[in-house]
Design a protein around this ligand. Structure first.
Ligand SMILES: CC(=O)SCCNC(=O)CCNC(=O)[C@H](O)C(C)(C)COP(=O)(O)OP(=O)(O)OC[C@H]1O[C@@H](n2cnc3c(N)ncnc32)[C@H](O)[C@@H]1OP(=O)(O)O
Ligand SMILES: CC(C)C(=O)C(=O)O
Ligand SMILES: [Mg+2]
Length: 515
C-alpha cells in the first residue's frame, strides 16, 4: 500500500465558503480536531489577507505540533514576509504559494505574459526559500492551462526550491480521465518531478471533486487536498472524509491508504458543521443522517439477513455511534470532567466550572443529557471567551397566538452596564424578538440568514441557531443554543452583535497600541 498524504484546507479554502466566518478560537478548536483526525498538513489560513487571519494562523502554528501547519500566500514579497511572521513558531513552518497559469487568468486577472508569470513564480519561490524549508507551489487554474507551459514552469519552480507541486482544478472544470492524464503528463514530462511531492486540489462545480482526486492519485498524485464536509468556495472542495473512506472501502482495488483515523470522521464533521453553520444534508455520503438508514422493505430484509447485502460501510468505521447516554441530574464533577476529556477538549478550571453549571441547569429541564448536548455546551464556552464588555440578554418574553399579533419584550444589558427595555410587534415570534433586540442596540443591523436545528432527537432536544448579520456594513455570524428555540434564536443574534463588538474593539485597541 502506498501512503497518500492528506492536506486539509478547511480553515482556508473551506472558510472561503460564502457566509462562513470563523473567529480565532473556533479555528483553533477545528485545528485541534484536525490534528486528532491525523491530517498530514493543515492550511490554517491566508496570513496576509487580514489581521484576524494572521492571528488565527499564528495561534494554530504555535499550538499544533503533530501536523504540519501551512499558510497561503500570493507571489508577493510582503505576503511571504507576513506568512513567515505568522508561521515561524510552527514545528515545521511551511508556505503555500500560488500563481495562475491559465491563459485567461494570466491575461485578464494578473495582466502578465507567460514569461512574466514564470519569472514571478521562480523569484518568489527563491525568496520564500530563504525562510521556509517546505514550499508548496500551486499552478492556479492548472486544468485550463496549456500542459507544455505547465511542465516548463513546474520544472523551474522545482529548481528554485519548491518541495510540493499542486495542480488545482480551481473552477471544478475537469473530469476524472482528463485530470488523471494531466498528472500522468506532468509526471512524465517534468525531468525533476521526482524531487517533489505531487498534489491534487479539486473543486466540486460539476460534482466530480472526489472522483477527480482519486483519478489523480491513480496517476501519480501523492497528496490529496480538500476540506471536511466538502465545504469551500462556490460548490466546495473535495470532501476529505469521502476520499479517505473510498480508499479504505475499495482497498481491494486501490493500493493506497491515508494516515487518517477514520473513527474521528463524525466528530470532525460535527465540529466543522457546528462552528461554520454549514450543516450536512441528510443524504451526504459517509456522514449524512441517512447514510446508514435503510428505509425500503427489501433493503431492510437484506440487512437483517446479512448487513453486507446493502451496507458497504459500517457506522463504527467513521465514528458514528448511537448517541451515548451521558450523565444526569445526579452526576458529579469527576464523571463530567472525564467525559469532556473523552471529547479531546481541554478546559481550564474556570471553563469546567462554567460548563458544569450549564450542564446542571440543563438537567433541570432535560432528563437525558447526551454527548451531543454536552459537546454543544463545551464548544460554546471554548469559542466565545472575550474580556470585553458585551451585550447580555437579561430576560425576554414573547406573546404568540393564532389570533394575536406576536409581540416581544426584551431586557438587555448594554456594554456600558445600562439596562434597557423595549417591546415590538412582528409578523412572527422570531421577527418580533429580533426587531425588539435590534431596537435596543445602537448599531445598524440587517439580518441576512437565520437557521434553526435540533441537537440530536427527542421532544426535549437542545435547539441550535445560526444567524448572519450585517452590522454597520460588516458581515458577522452568530451561534446560540438553548432548550427553547426562541432563547437559542435570541442568543445567536446577540452572539453575532457581540462578535461585531469584539471585532471593532480589537481593531481600535490595535490602533491605540500602534499610535
Ligand atoms: C483560488 C483561490 O482560492 S486563491 C485564494 C483566494 N482567497 C482570497 O482571496 C481570500 C482573501 N483575500 C483577501 O482578503 C484579499 O483579496 C487580499 C487581502 C488578498 C487582497 O486584497 P486587495 O489588495 O484589495 O486586492 P483584490 O483582492 O481586489 O485583488 C487581488 C490582487 O492580487 C493579484 N493576485 C491574484 N493572485 C495573485 C498571486 N497569486 N500572486 C500575486 N498577485 C496576485 C490580482 O491580480 C490583484 O492585483 P491588482 O490589484 O494589481 O489587480
Ligand atoms: C490557492 C489554490 C490552490 C486554490 O485554492 C485553487 O486553485 O483552488
Ligand atoms: Mg481552491
Amino acid at each position: 500500500m502506498s501512503q497518500i498524504k492528506i492536506f486539509d484546507t478547511t480553515l482556508r479554502d473551506g472558510e472561503q465558503s460564502p457566509g462562513v466566518n470563523l473567529n480565532k478560537l473556533e479555528k483553533l478548536e477545528i485545528a485541534r480536531q484536525l490534528e486528532r483526525f491525523g491530517v498530514d498538513r493543515m492550511e490554517a489560513g491566508f496570513p496576509a489577507s487580514s489581521k484576524g487571519d494572521f492571528e488565527a494562523v499564528k495561534a494554530i502554528a504555535d499550538t499544533i505540533k503533530n501536523t504540519s501547519v501551512i499558510g497561503l500566500a500570493r507571489t508577493i514579497k510582503s505576503d511571504v514576509d507576513i506568512a513567515w511572521d505568522a508561521l515561524k513558531g510552527a514545528e515545521n513552518p511551511a508556505i503555500h504559494l500560488f500563481l495562475a497559469t491559465s491563459p485567461i487568468h494570466m491575461e485578464y486577472k494578473l495582466k502578465k505574459t507567460p514569461e512574466e508569470v514564470i519569472e514571478t513564480a521562480v523569484s518568489m519561490v527563491s525568496y520564500a526559500k530563504q525562510k521556509f524549508k517546505e514550499i508548496e507551489w500551486s499552478a492556479e487554474d492548472a486544468t485550463r492551462s496549456d500542459w507544455k507551459f505547465l511542465a516548463e514552469i513546474i520544472e523551474k519552480v522545482i529548481d528554485a526550491g519548491a518541495t510540493v507541486i499542486n495542480l488545482p482544478d480551481t473552477v471544478g472544470y475537469t473530469t476524472p480521465v482528463e485530470y488523471g492524464k494531466l498528472f500522468r503528463y506532468i509526471s512524465e514530462n517534468v525531468p525533476n518531478i521526482d524531487q517533489v511531492e505531487l498534489s491534487c486540489h479539486c473543486h466540486n462545480d460539476l460534482g466530480m471533486a472526489v472522483a477527480n482526486s482519486i483519478a489523480a492519485v491513480e496517476n501519480g498524485a501523492t497528496q490529496v487536498e480538500g476540506t471536511i464536509n466538502g465545504i469551500g468556495e462556490r460548490a466546495g472542495n473535495a470532501a476529505l472524509e469521502e476520499v479517505a473512506v473510498a480508499l479504505k472501502i475499495r482497498s481491494d482495488y486501490y493500493p493506497y491508504e491515508t494516515g487518517l483515523k477514520l473513527n474521528e470522521i463524525k466528530r470532525t464533521s460535527d465540529i466543522v458543521a457546528k462552528l461554520t453553520g454549514m450543516y450536512v444534508q441528510a443524504n451526504k455520503a459517509i456522514i449524512g443522517r441517512n447514510a446508514f438508514a435503510h428505509e425500503s422493505g427489501i433493503h431492510q430484509d437484506g440487512v437483517l439477513k446479512n448487513a453486507e447485502t446493502y451496507e458497504i460501510i459500517t457506522p463504527e468505521l467513521v465514528g458514528v455511534t448511537s448517541n451515548t447516554l451521558f450523565l444526569g441530574k445526579h452526576s458529579g464533577r469527576h464523571a463530567f470532567k472525564d467525559k469532556v476529556k473523552e471529547f479531546g477538549v481541554e478546559l481550564s478550571e474556570a471553563e469546567v466550572k462554567e460548563a458544569f453549571d450549564q450542564f446542571k441547569k440543563l438537567t433541570d429541564h432535560k432528563k437525558e443529557v447526551t454527548d451531543d448536548d454536552l459537546y454543544t455546551i463545551v464548544m460554546e464556552i471554548k469559542t466565545d471567551s472575550s474580556s470585553i464588555n458585551k451585550y447580555q440578554l437579561e430576560k425576554f418574553q414573547v406573546q404568540y397566538g393564532t389570533e394575536n399579533v406576536p409581540t416581544a419584550t426584551v431586557v438587555l444589558k448594554t456594554p456600558d452596564g445600562k439596562t434597557v427595555e423595549n417591546s415590538c410587534p412582528g409578523q412572527g415570534s422570531v421577527e418580533a424578538l429580533y426587531k425588539t433586540i435590534d431596537s435596543l442596540i445602537q448599531e445598524n443591523i440587517k439580518l441576512v440568514d437565520y437557521q434553526l436545528n435540533s441537537v440530536g432527537g427527542g421532544k426535549d432536544a437542545l435547539a441550535e441557531s445560526h444567524v448572519q448579520l450585517i452590522v454597520n456594513g460588516e458581515t458577522v455570524n452568530g451561534r446560540g443554543s438553548a432548550q427553547d428555540v426562541l432563547q437559542a434564536s435570541a442568543n445567536a443574534f446577540i452572539n453575532a452583535v457581540n462578535r461585531y463588538m469584539i471585532k471593532i474593539n480589537t481593531a481600535k485597541m490595535k490602533e491605540l497600541v500602534s499610535e
